[in-house]
Design a protein. Sequence first.
Length: 573
Amino acid sequence: MASEIVVGIDFGTTYSGVSWAINGGKKTIRVVNDWPNPVSTVATSDKVPSALSYQDGQPYHWGYKVDLKEQSLSWFKLLLDPKNKIGQGSDKVMGLIKQLATLNKSPEDVAADYLRLLWQYTKEDIRKHRGGDWEEIYKVRAVLTVPAIWSPGAQDKTLKIARKAGLPDNISLVSEPEAAALAVLREKREDGEPLRVGDCFVVCDAGGGTVDLISYKICSLKPFQVEECVMGDGGLCGSVYLDQAFEITIRNMVGETQWEELRLKSKRMMMHDFEYYIKRSYAGDKQPYSVDLLDVKDNPAEGIDNDTITLKPTMLKTIFDHVINQIMRLVEKQIDEVEDKGSNVKAILLVGGFGTNRYMHKRLDEAHKTTGIQVLQINGGWSAICRGATMWGLEHSQQNPSPRRTVKSRIARYSYGIVCTLPFDESKGHLLRDRIRGSRGEWRAANQMSWMLKKGEKVEEGRHIHQPLTQVVPVNLEGTGMYNLWNALWYCADDEPPERAELSVKELCKVEYGIKRSKLWQEPIYKSPLTGERWRDSTFDLWIRLDQTTLEFSVKYKDEKVAWTEAKYKENF
């Protein structure tokens, strides 16, 4: 069996990270940190900006090579999930949408172009460390991270984008907080930190666009295993919302008319100052901060003098508190749910770029001084997600026949099921408007839900869920080829999913499959007493594998896989 390289990719809203490891020996993880042309005085960086520029319709510069003077695209990841509405007042977002229209490109096109460049550089990094013939020696597996709050359809879209970008066929998705938690908890264990069975940790992954929370309980030390103890949570309150609030504040200070007249380069340089010199170092102190905004008119009353804007401490505090308060509410809700389950949280672990912010640590630490819950910022927290993605890939490799997987079980975030008909029974709450005639002339209730998995259920690693699918097939089938069938899979975010297909039940995807007509002919024939039509009932078995972020389907007929199976996701969620 050929050796394997596992690559973990953290595709982020503002920055992206990559790490990789050989699946053998010590399995040492290398974080790619020598990105082309870093702008800082430090020669290396664990992440590279998720930014891209075009020239003549083709990708031109990416990452650190993107110049402040050129038109470039960033934040495009936020547009990949239409369910996640972003602030429409931001110049950045509105400008991005206009740029996409001008370039005649979709967010998916730009994401694929960016990932293609990221992947090409990753392969070059591997070549430098493993030799020019590495692609002949190693098989490659890629693991790409996605926000846990993204819809299943957006996750599937990400997988398609990655394949379009030229990533390996052997690619998997894992949620960002699970990857971060895997890296942090395993490294804490390997560093010799005293951990006990029953210890609970809330991992707060605060990134650029999203903030995801996930809580794990240690269920075994040898082997080291954890289980998700309550359902994760998250929100759109990442660090880009600091940028958005800061931009709006400055725009109000200088006035809308003057703001529109200022050069794009001047605005970008100001936002660059905010990103590198304020956002990363702000700790809630009262010292004055300032940013440069070239060509802005002096206005001493607003603290604007000689192309410099002095920011009042109260102003910055308001901007940071607006976003951090949302994160704190998510953290407190997660802690309450863990405690409601009878467990105690030992520590809050902050990871992600925004998770390194000093003021966020200070606010959470002050809030938990009397609770005994530690608030810890993790060394290497910025690269924890890509490292965790690589670890996840190593644990889930087919080259490990009996792998010891760190995450033993998860909690389902949605209910999944199919719409079916049942024998009509008013005593069971069936509605008259759902009453239809079945193929045998009997009364049946349409629009009923058969839930295969309910939100909040524990999902053990490797679990498959099963649903029989009965298809009523007309007898007058012609030909000897394939007979194509489909069923829709539905999902619901309600804590208690309804028994009927109500408005909260949404179509997720269609599962398409086919079977040889000659096999269907073997089913017994019956005649409808009402119409005289002749039918056959064929029962299939739908199986869904749940041990990954994406759902994997198989359909069987009489214990044999049917000819083909494919899930087509709805475009609009």
